[in-house]
Design a protein around this ligand. Structure first.
Ligand SMILES: C[S@@+](CC[C@H](N)C(=O)[O-])C[C@H]1O[C@@H](n2cnc3c(N)ncnc32)[C@H](O)[C@@H]1O
Length: 191
């Protein structure tokens, strides 16, 4: 399956070919004060995140990204760190005033959602990659290459934290779970 190519770093990402287009659409409609990416990988997708929206990008990985110098040049903050060993660092960023987008794309995406969702503020958005609602839906739709998290893995957290669907159709087509922290009894954004 084709992966997204980011021309400015001349590199392919570990993202669906339509991911940059759909994320760019979202960034045109929804403004974030910060984007926190758990799992930088090569940094190609991170470069896209740093280029296509105005919020500060923070990205964490246990290995150094190939594009680290380029990320620094566009003021993306990379930290060489295990996100589970430094929960407080990620939590302090999420809870800063203003809207946060938290992208769970590290080594254990369900665990990232289940640990970090409790720090989200109302209107913050959380996403997890390599997602499908169920294994059967993943097999049937074949939107993306790999399946690492299904709804059942994060259901209890979504219910407890009142995380409502966020751009569900578009996000599913690029292998992402999208949820927004709603006010008590809120209804989410069903775009
Ligand atoms: C799927 S890749 C990230 C892909 C990247 N977000 C992209 O879109 O191209 C997952 C990354 O998570 C990193 N990782 C695994 N466990 C981690 C941890 N506990 N803390 C931080 N990063 C971790 C891995 O080193 C790997 O680079």
């Amino acid at each position: 399956m084709e992966a997204a190519y980011i021309a400015c770093v001349d590199a392919f990402t570990r993202q669906h070919v339509n991911a940059p287009k759909i994320f760019a659409e979202m960034f045109r409609e929804v403004e974030y004060n910060r984007v926190i990416e758990l799992g930088t990988g090569t940094g190609a997708f991170t470069y896209f995140l740093g280029s296509y929206q105005s919020g500060q990008v923070y990205t964490f990985d246990t290995t150094r990204p190939e594009h680290e110098d380029r990320l620094r040049r566009i003021q993306v903050r990379f930290k060489h760190m295990d996100v589970f060993a430094h929960e407080d660092i990620v939590a302090n960023l999420i809870t800063c005033p203003g809207r946060t987008l938290l992208l769970c794309d590290g080594g254990d995406k369900a665990r990232e959602v289940n640990i970090f969702a409790k720090y989200l503020k109302v209107d913050d958005v959380i996403m997890a990659h390599d997602y499908a609602g169920t294994p059967a839906a993943f097999e049937a739709n074949g939107y993306w290459r790999s399946l690492e998290v299904v709804y059942e893995d994060v259901r209890a957290t979504c219910e407890r934290e009142n995380l409502q669907p966020f751009w569900p159709k578009r996000m599913l087509q690029i292998g992402w779970l999208g949820r927004i922290k709603a006010k008590p009894h809120g209804d989410g954004i069903h775009l």
